[in-house]
Design a protein around this ligand. Structure first.
Ligand SMILES: Cc1ncc(COP(=O)(O)O)c(C=O)c1O
Length: 444
C-alpha cells in the first residue's frame, strides 16, 4: 500500500533541530517511522517499509532483535552505569576480548567510544600519542582523502573530504592535514562489478605527499576501505595493499575507518580481512551494537598500545576518554549482537547473497538516468545523472518516491545508496530493485 504524506499528525515538529536534514523541507512533508522488525520498518500510519539501508548502515542483524533487547533490559536493571575512569566493571573487558578475537593480526587492544565520530577522533589522537611516546614528536601531520567521511568532530571533518562538512568551519580545522585524491573514476570504472580494476596508481599520491611534507612529519593516514557516505566509493584492486606498503615503508600509521564496513557488510568481520590488508588501527561503531545502543570501538595494535604504556606505572598514559566509554548497557547490546552474528553465521550469509545482490543492482544499469552502479559485499551505489533542476534533486526525488512506494533507500546527492540488513533474502532484493526501478523511471 502506498504511504500517505505528510505524516505529522499528533507530533509537534518544531523543536527538534534535525541532523544532516533539510529541516524546513522535511517538516513540510515529514516521514515518521514508528516500529521496526526484521527487514521492515512500520510508519506511523501502519504502512510497512522495507529497510534497504539497515537504518543508517547500522542494523546488520535486522531490527528489534529479541536477544539484544533482553540483554539490554537485563543489564539496565542489574548495573545501569559504572564509570571506567580508574574503576571498572567486567563487560567492556569481555567485549574487548571478543573484538580482539575477531580482529586481524595484533589489533587486540580496544578503546571504547560512543559513536563513529568519536572513534575517528580517538584513533587520530592515539596516532599522535603513539608518535610522541616513541620519540617522533614531529610526526603530527594527518592524511585523509577526498570524499572521505570520518564523522563530524573537528578531527574527523579535518581529515574528511566532503566539502559541505568542511567549508562552513573553514579556518578552524586541524592545522596539519593533507588529503589523498579519491578513487572514484567513472570514466574508467563505471558499472564495475565488485572492486574496480583501474586506479591503483591513485595510492602513489601518498609518495608525493611524503616527498612534499617529509615522512618524519607524518603521523598517520586514515581512509575508509570503502567510502559509504561519500557515495559508495570503492577501492580499486590493489589500492589498499599499496597504501599499506607505502605507509609501512615510511613508518606511518594506517587507520581504516570501518564504521560502515565492520561486522559483515563486506562478508567478513572487517573489510581489512576481506581485502587482506592489515592496518594499525580500525575504527568501528554502528553495527557493533546492531544500532540498538550508541557505542563505538577503536581496535589498536598491541605495538601501539605497548608504546603508549611507556610511562611510569602510576601515571595516566593517555589523557582521553568518555563518560560512557565501555557503558555496561551498550556493552551488553554489543555482546548480544556479536552472538547473533556468530550464531546465525550472518557474515557468511552476506557472502552467499553477494552475487545475487550484484546481479540485481546491476539490472538498474539500463536506465538512461543511471550513470554508474557500484557494489561490493552487501552494499550498492546507484549514481544518477543530475537533473536540470539542480544537483541532488533527482536523488531526493528517487528517495522519496521509493519511500512512498514502501522501500527506504538513502540519497547522498544524486547517488542512491543501499545497504540492507544482512539477513536479507531474495524476495527482499526483488522488492528493493523493482521499487527503485519504478522510482527512477518516474522521477525527474
Ligand atoms: C566511515 C564513517 N566514519 C565515521 C562516521 C560517523 O559516525 P557517527 O555518526 O556515529 O558519529 C560514519 C557515519 O556514517 C562513517 O560512515
Amino acid at each position: 500500500m502506498a504511504v500517505k504524506k505528510p505524516q505529522s499528525e499528533g507530533v509537534n515538529l518544531d523543536n527538534f533541530w534535525m541532523p544532516f536534514t533539510a529541516n524546513r523541507q522535511y517538516k513540510a512533508t515529514p516521514r515518521l517511522l514508528a516500529k521496526a522488525k526484521g527487514m521492515y520498518y512500520e510508519d506511523v500510519e501502519g504502512n510497512s517499509v522495507l529497510d534497504a539501508t539497515a537504518g543508517l548502515w547500522c542494523c546488520n542483524a535486522g531490527h528489534s532483535r529479541r536477544e539484544i533487547s533482553e540483554a539490554v533490559s537485563r543489564q539496565i536493571s542489574e548495573l545501569d552505569y559504572a564509570p571506567t575512569f580508574q574503576m571498572g566493571h567486567p563487560l567492556p573487558f569481555e567485549l574487548a576480548e571478543r573484538l580482539a578475537d575477531m580482529a586481524p593480526s595484533d589489533l587486540n587492544r580496544v578503546f571504547f567510544t560512543n559513536s563513529g565520530s568519536e572513534s575517528a577522533d580517538t584513533a587520530l589522537k592515539i596516532a599522535l600519542a603513539y608518535q610522541r611516546a616513541r620519540g617522533h614528536s614531529n610526526r603530527t601531520m594527518l592524511i585523509g582523502r577526498e570524499l572521505g567521511y570520518h564523522g563530524t568532530g573537528f578531527g574527523g571533518i579535518s581529515v574528511g573530504g566532503m566539502v559541505n562538512n568542511r567549508k562552513a568551519f573553514n579556518g578552524q580545522l586541524l592545522p596539519s592535514v593533507a588529503h589523498l585524491p579519491h578513487t572514484l573514476d567513472m570514466q574508467k570504472n563505471a558499472f564495475s562489478k565488485g572492486l574496480p580494476e583501474n586506479g591503483i596508481e591513485k595510492a602513489e599520491a601518498l609518495e608525493q605527499l611524503v616527498a612534499l611534507h617529509g615522512a618524519e612529519n607524518i603521523a598517520a593516514v586514515i581512509v575508509e576501505p570503502m567510502s559509504g557516505s561519500g557515495g559508495v566509493v570503492l577501492p580499486p584492486v590493489g589500492y589498499l595493499k599499496r597504501l599499506r606498503e607505502i605507509t609501512t615503508k615510511h613508518d606511518i600509521l594506517l587507520i581504516f575507518d570501518e564504521v560502515i564496513t565492520a561486522f559483515g557488510r563486506m562478508g567478513d568481520a572487517f573489510a581489512a580481512q576481506r581485502w587482506d590488508v592489515t592496518p594499525d588501527m580500525i575504527t568501528t561503531a554502528k553495527a557493533l551494537t546492531n544500532g540498538a545502543i550508541p557505542m563505538g570501538a577503536v581496535l589498536v595494535s598491541e605495538r601501539i598500545y605497548d608504546t603508549c604504556m611507556n610511562a611510569p606505572e602510576d601515571t595516566i598514559e593517555f589523557f582521553h576518554g568518555y563518560t560512557y566509554s565501555g557503558h555496561p548497557v551498550a556493552a551488553a547490546a554489543a555482546l548480544a549482537s556479536l552472538n547473533i552474528y556468530r550464531d546465525e553465521k550472518l557474515f557468511e550469509h552476506a557472502r552467499e547473497m553477494e552475487t545475487e545482490w550484484q546481479d540485481a543492482v546491476h539490472s538498474l544499469a539500463s536506465h538512461a538516468n543511471v550513470i554508474d552502479v557500484r557494489n561490493a559485499g552487501i552494499i550498492a551505489g546507484i549514481q544518477l545523472a543530475p537533473s536540470e533542476k539542480g544537483i541532488g534533486k533527482r536523488g531526493y526525488d528517487v528517495f522519496t518516491r521509493s519511500f512512498y512506494d514502501g522501500v527506504l533507500v538513502r540519497a547522498s546527492g544524486d547517488i542512491i545508496a543501499m545497504s540492507p540488513p544482512l539477513i536479507l533474502e531474495s524476495k527482499h532484493i526483488d522488492q528493493m530493485v523493482s521499487t527503485l526501478e519504478r522510482a527512477i523511471k518516474n522521477a525527474l
